[in-house]
Design a binder for this molecule. Structure first.
Ligand code: AMP
Length: 380
């Protein structure tokens, strides 16, 4: 469906064109009109479905020319579980917000960086994207007020609850006015999400975007059977021989992520690791460089598997298997999205074989294990 009939501000239409958004994705088609009409929404949809624009575009439409005239009173609050997602959501608001006739100031705040610059920049902010802990710190130091929020978005609510943010979320709700619009997005509808849904949402429009099987079928999946000690040389062989230019590699520990990235660099392949123990700046820089093609290999733990969207990622390598089949699907879902096919390569050792069978069963797809016995890895 075209964006023109959804009731969006006309100022947004050229920007949508410019971003290559020619048709509304199903979640956008279903969420935009009720959000513009101030309904509450429960959206069951994953990253990759286009959910960010499904709330950002109508929120911008509703705020155009109608932002609060009081300084440091936020109009719309987007609560997200991680700083990476905060930065990504802010980019969407900023891209489309700049197309509006009235200036709307957007800002992302998250922990792990100094609070003072964030407090200073709070001047005139209309739309705030925040992780829970830092948001509470900012409210409690009177950096801004949430008492006149008109729209609250909880993005990736399931992840927020899994990360143990329930108490923080309750505290944040107590800062908000009673009358407001609530939009809740979650990849899954767990009991915990349902509980929040019941206390938070008022007669919501429920939108469920089923995960399409075609997404999995869009990905070229290959699995190699090898020994642990062959993984390093074989990885370098693949990157060099197949001339892979933008590769996201998953490991199961931060130690391993660092180790794989170090070895790649020693062998002349530009690589950086990204995981929870890296500084905020190191994470943001590595991700930014990787996204724009300036970094060839990014080695990550599962923090990246969810929530982060990298457009046109051609190749994902599972250096180690994730614990859950769901994580496997999230990981390889980084590729083959938005109708661009990609490769997912998985390393399977003798110890992994049984677990890999379980993953294939859950995914309802069989992947033939390929031997690398006859390959000469000397020199890699
Ligand atoms: P999200 O689920 O919000 O992370 O979005 C996934 C990706 O789809 C992002 O790269 C968006 O820029 C892109 N996207 C969202 N909506 C559209 C659309 N209607 N047409 C083309 N690309 C879109």
């Amino acid at each position: 469906m075209s964006f023109t009939s959804l009731g969006l501000s006309p100022s947004l239409l050229p920007a949508l064109d410019e971003q290559g958004y020619s048709k509304a994705y199903p979640i956008q088609e279903q969420a935009i009109p009720p959000i513009i009409n101030k309904h509450d929404i429960l959206g069951i949809a994953k990253t990759g479905s286009g959910k960010t624009a499904s709330y950002a575009l109508p929120i911008l439409t509703n705020l155009e020319g109608k932002t609060s005239t009081k300084n440091r009173y936020i109009d719309a609050l987007i609560l997200v579980p991680t700083r990476e997602l905060a930065v990504q959501v802010e980019e969407v608001f900023r891209t489309f917000g700049s197309a509006l006739s009235q200036r709307i100031k957007t800002m992302a705040v998250y922990g792990g960086v100094s609070i003072n610059p964030q407090m200073m920049k709070m001047q005139g902010v209309n739309i705030l994207i925040a992780t829970p802990g830092r948001l509470i710190e900012l409210v409690e130091s009177n950096a801004m007020s949430l008492s006149e929020i008109r729209t609250l978005v909880l993005d990736e609510a399931d992840k927020m609850l899994n990360l143990g943010f329930k108490d923080e979320m309750d505290k944040i709700f107590s800062f908000l006015p009673k009358k407001r619009q609530n939009l809740l997005f979650s990849a899954t509808l767990s009991d915990k999400v349902d509980e929040i849904n019941r206390v938070l949402l008022n007669n919501p429009v429920i939108i469920k975007i089923e995960e399409k099987d075609e997404n999995i079928n869009l990905i070229n999946q290959t699995a190699y059977y090898l020994k642990e000690e062959e993984k390093g040389p074989f990885l370098r062989y693949l990157i060099k021989n197949e001339d892979l230019q933008q590769v996201l590699i998953f490991t199961s520990s931060t130690y391993k992520a660092d180790n794989v990235a170090d070895k790649l660099r020693t062998n002349g392949i530009d690589a950086q690791a990204i995981h929870g123990k890296k500084s905020n700046k190191a994470r943001t820089d590595a991700l930014k460089n990787f996204k724009r093609g300036a970094l060839r290999v990014l080695v990550a733990t599962d923090i990246l598997a969810r929530g982060i969207d990298i457009e046109f990622l051609p190749c994902v390598i599972n250096y180690e298997l994730p614990r859950s089949p769901k994580d496997y699907i999230h990981r390889i879902g980084r590729t083959g999205r938005a109708e661009s096919p990609g490769d997912a390569i998985t390393f399977v050792t003798i110890e992994d074989q049984q677990h890999f069978k379980v993953i294939q069963k859950k995914m309802k797809k069989r992947i033939e294990l390929q031997d690398i016995e006859n390959l000469n890895l000397q020199g890699y």
